[in-house]
Write a protein that binds this ligand. Structure first.
Ligand SMILES: Cc1cc2nc3c(=O)[nH]c(=O)nc-3n(C[C@H](O)[C@H](O)[C@H](O)COP(=O)(O)O)c2cc1C
Length: 165
């Protein structure tokens, strides 16, 4: 992406978590259009495959900011200036695996461009990302609404955002 100082090319990486595939689909779309490296965050203990159970169980856990361990990632983040960070929204905020990623890594001085897939209830997701990455520069966050597994914002709007990355 182009740096905020103008003209400087920042080295960028796409990092995302996806439970049901929506966020993965967007991450892959960004990867296809930009060629940036891409890394999927995976919890050490996978979530239940029962969607309704997950929704019910997570409500309480999310309020307690439950800590979920994630698998180590295979890249050295020191080599990147910008992180395109993808998460589904769970109970009005980012998912626990992405919260763990932000807690475990010092992203001071880096640019973070968050994208959050959701069903229409954004909550405090982007403010919370800022809270967990207080010394990063959060730029151009985008909320990407889905109806189930159907993209509910226009592909044009998405492409316009991707062009800025
Ligand atoms: C546990 C859970 C909680 C959710 N909470 C919200 C929410 O607060 N707001 C919202 O708009 N969508 C919510 N959703 C819907 C997801 O954010 C949406 O379907 C998202 O695109 C899923 O991404 P994924 O397929 O990459 O996992 C929730 C889904 C789950 C499973």
């Amino acid at each position: 992406m182009i740096g905020i100082k103008g003209g400087t090319h920042l080295k960028s990486i796409i990092i995302y978590y996806s439970y049901g595939g929506n966020t993965k689909r967007i991450a892959n779309m960004i990867h296809d259009k930009t060629g940036y490296d891409i890394v999927e965050i995976k919890p050490v203990v996978p979530y239940t495959s029962d969607y309704q159970k997950l929704v019910d169980e997570e409500e309480n856990k999310m309020h307690q900011e439950e800590v979920v361990e994630i698998e180590p990632i295979s890249v050295d983040l020191n080599n990147y200036d910008a992180i395109i960070l993808g998460t589904p929204i769970w109970w009005y905020t980012m998912t626990p695996p992405i919260r763990t990623f932000l807690k475990n890594n010092d992203l001071s001085g880096k640019v973070i461009v968050p994208f959050a897939t959701n069903g229409g209830w954004l909550g405090s997701t982007f403010d919370d990302i800022k809270k967990y990455a207080p010394n990063s520069n959060i730029l151009n966050p985008i909320s990407i609404k889905f109806n189930g597994s159907d993209l509910a914002i226009s592909q044009d709007e998405l492409n316009e955002w991707i062009l800025k990355l």
